[in-house]
Design a protein around this ligand. Structure first.
Ligand code: CP
Ligand code: NVA
Length: 309
């Protein structure tokens, strides 16, 4: 594959709205094939390298099962057991790993590490979560909304909680997919506008009061108060985020048929009550499962382009 043909998926903005429409349709087809036990091996003999510098349950399993179900094979690598943990330059690792595999997924710290890896890779690189973005998760979330309701265009999504990798990804998604995004964070944990390109600043509206942010929402979503890598701030964050717990009262401000999503893992009694996450409006298990189906569609698209079967 020449460098010109490589498509990476490092941020939500790396695909167009038309390409998302295609990927969601492929995810629907691939999910149906999976549920029907239909063998489908478009990535026969292809190898996915999965590099984890942070913990994971869903991302690891969905990528590993996904490539296997499409006829390929996954290799799991982590920092501790590879030379990455002993200081091998990321560019050198990318050169080597991308000569032995067909596609690479990385979960790491700074987005700049992922970008440097991709710049030296000969094969597509997928962001499996960085401090800044988690595009595969929002891909699954928007597909889940489409499955449960209808296309997300024109709808209202409310983000309650930390201005973290999920929040910044939702901002990119609102701009590309054309939905309204309300964001409510504690005052000391607001979106850093210097990290949001000028053209995206109109894609969301900030609300100091999380209850107000939920008014009229079609989807309310949240995430942990302390993301991986920020554990030292945990106790301070627990105080600051105490009023940013999605509870039944917040859900009651949204539309009666509003959905609740959470990328998981969740902390019941912190960012969400058990009543909400285990309640009738929550679609978190379907959301988690859909990681598998959308990422299969994503890998198929990055490696094979658009298909008709
Ligand atoms: N939502 C998500 O990415 O989960 P994991 O951290 O378990 O991969
Ligand atoms: N924001 C969380 C998401 C975990 C899937 C984190 O980065 O830890």
């Amino acid at each position: 594959m020449s460098a010109k043909q490589i498509r990476h998926y490092l941020q939500f903005k790396d695909l167009t709205r038309d390409e998302y429409d295609y990927i969601f349709e492929r995810a629907r087809i691939l999910k149906h094939k999976f549920k029907s036990y239909e063998t489908y091996h478009p990535l026969h003999d292809r190898t996915l390298a999965m590099i984890f510098e942070k913990n994971s349950t869903r991302t690891r399993l969905s990528f590993e099962a996904g490539i296997h179900q499409m006829g390929g094979h996954a290799v799991f690598m982590n920092t501790r057991d590879t030379q990455l943990g002993r200081g091998e330059p990321i560019e050198d690792a990318a050169q080597v790993i991308s000569r032995m595999t067909d596609i690479i997924m990385i979960r790491t710290f700074g987005q700049s590490i992922l970008q440097r890896f991709a710049d030296s890779s000969r094969v597509p690189v997928i962001n499996g979560l960085t401090n800044e973005y988690h595009p595969c998760q929002v891909l699954a979330d928007i597909f889940t909304f489409y499955e449960c309701r209808e296309p997300i265009r024109g709808k209202t999504v409310t983000w309650v909680g930390d201005a973290n990798n999920m929040a910044y990804t939702w901002i990119e998604a609102a701009h590309i997919m054309g939905f309204k995004l309300n964001i409510s964070t504690p005052p000391d944990y607001k979106i850093d506008l210097s990290l949001v390109p000028a053209e995206l600043r109109g894609a969301f509206q900030e609300y100091p009061d999380p209850h107000e942010a939920c008014i009229g929402a079609d989807l309310i979503t949240t995430d942990v108060w302390t993301s991986m890598g920020f554990e030292a701030e945990n106790e301070v964050r627990k105080q600051a985020f105490a009023s940013w717990c999605v509870d039944a009262e917040m859900m009651s401000r949204a539309k009666p048929d509003a959905l609740f999503m959470h990328c998981l893992p969740a902390h019941r009694g912190e960012e969400v009550t058990a009543e909400v996450i285990d309640g009738p409006q929550s679609v978190v298990w379907q959301e988690a499962e859909n990681r598998l189906h959308v990422q299969k569609a994503l890998m198929e698209f990055l490696l094979l382009g658009k298909l008709n079967n």
